[in-house]
Write a protein that binds this ligand. Structure first.
Ligand code: BGC
Length: 413
């Protein structure tokens, strides 16, 4: 177990907002799109208002792969940033490297255990201590649509994959791109897990992508998941390789494409562009039962210096603060991680997300997103994504993909 880096007096001062040393923070994150930048600015402003100096270290690249590479380089050179956007089992992986600070003093003083659902709190703990601060709950299994495009083509939001396929065929005939997509491995994985949730069901998803059950990985249902992915490949435009996710969202906004399957950070883009849910764009969970969650969080890396440690304590306190959780999430498209934030200012997509999350938690279908690093350690999720992306970008058969999937998972263990 690691010793807390925060002295009681530093914590008390930071909590009171009157620190001796000026709080400093160098913050590594990957929030660089329009909606994301607006959201992270909320934290910067709150930090500055409390006397903190924020050094921004944005590393562009949706899903955070590039940010995680940058982090590795910084830690290896013995110069870790003070605060890092980090999530899922990667938090525990870094803790095992002995480089994370213990933020239990802040968590205890702020009563995090009373305001966070257990499922979220568990991700923030390392051997019983608090080692990360949660920002939000993003839902991954969403379909976004351009409302006018659907209406003028007589299409309803699909509730089964057959309906989705029928809508796509109709849109193609009308010369509209059915699916806005960016050919980046993490985006392929995002669509794949949404399809998998629908086809495998919540239990099948858990067995495949949480428990890595070989039977399910090799099952006929998994073949059906890849069959649907092959159809999805036919619904994207030829310019999809390498496209950033927010540019795909823009295609839905401007009516070039009808749908996007993406987490609700896409809603942050619609909102930042002044679009209204239910009028300009529609949101619906993908066909099938369940809720794939993706919790953004920040971990503090062990650093020397009172100013930096006070910056870490202040950041942790602000991140889980009620005001930040409301304002940040209104911009980001997600819902607060805290259960006691008033949702009256949130839109219908957020309310759906909150209600569905509660219902899924009850029914046992609340599941961690594998594509966004919540379900598995890096080696396993990377092995799965390699197969998903090489299937999507070739003419590999579904049977071959399933064979490779099972083998890749076994090899990664
Ligand atoms: C993060 C989101 C982010 C998205 C696109 C996800 O993995 O959780 O906060 O907006 O990637 O960059």
């Amino acid at each position: 177990m690691k010793k807390s880096v925060f002295t009681v007096s530093a914590l008390a001062l930071a909590v009171a907002g009157a620190a001796q040393a000026e709080p400093q923070a160098e913050v590594l994150h990957w929030w660089t799109s329009g909606g994301e930048a607006k959201s992270v600015a909320v934290l910067q402003e709150e930090f500055a208002a409390k006397g903190g100096t924020w050094t921004d270290m944005p590393v562009a690249g949706g899903g955070g792969d590039a940010a995680m590479q940058a982090l590795r380089a910084r830690v290896l050179s013995g110069n870790a940033p003070t605060a890092v956007q980090l999530k899922g089992p990667a938090i525990q992986e870094w803790y095992e490297e002995g480089v994370l600070a213990d933020i239990s003093d802040v968590a205890d003083a702020q009563g995090w255990a009373d305001v966070l659902p257990e499922s979220i709190a568990n991700h923030m703990k390392c051997e019983g201590t608090w080692c990360a601060a949660p920002v939000n709950v993003h839902r991954v299994d969403w379909i976004w649509a351009n409302a006018d495009v659907l209406e003028s083509n007589g299409i309803e939001m699909p509730t089964t994959w057959d309906e989705f396929n029928a809508a796509a065929a109709k849109l193609q005939e009308a010369g509209i791109i059915p699916l806005a997509h960016g050919g980046q491995a993490w985006q392929d994985a995002t669509v794949f897990e949404a399809v998998a949730l629908g086809i495998l069901g919540a239990d099948g998803f858990r067995k495949a992508f949480v428990e890595l059950d070989e039977e399910v990985l090799k099952s006929d249902e998994m073949v059906a998941v890849f069959d649907q992915m092959r159809l999805m490949r036919g619904y994207v435009d030829p310019n999809f390789p390498g496209r950033d996710w927010n540019l795909a969202t823009a295609m839905v906004m401007n009516g070039e494409a009808a749908f996007q399957i993406m987490g609700d950070w896409a809603k942050g883009e619609f909102l930042a562009a002044g679009k209204a849910p239910g009028e300009d764009f529609l949101c619906a969970s993908v066909p099938g039962e369940g809720f794939l969650y993706n919790v953004d969080s920040f971990a503090m890396f062990e650093v020397d210096g009172d100013d930096k440690q006070e910056g870490q304590a202040l950041l942790a306190e602000l991140i889980v603060g009620e005001n930040f959780q409301e304002v940040f999430n209104l911009n980001k498209g997600s819902i607060p991680a805290r259960t006691d934030v008033d949702l009256s200012a949130f839109d219908s997509c957020a309310i759906t997300s909150s209600e569905d999350m509660a219902a899924s938690s009850e029914s046992g279908s609340l599941l961690p997103s594998y594509a966004h690093g919540m379900a598995l350690r890096g080696a396993q999720s990377g092995a799965i994504t390699d197969v998903v992306t090489s299937h999507f970008n070739s003419d590999m058969s579904s049977e071959e993909a399933v064979k490779q999937l099972a083998a890749a998972v076994v090899n990664s263990l």
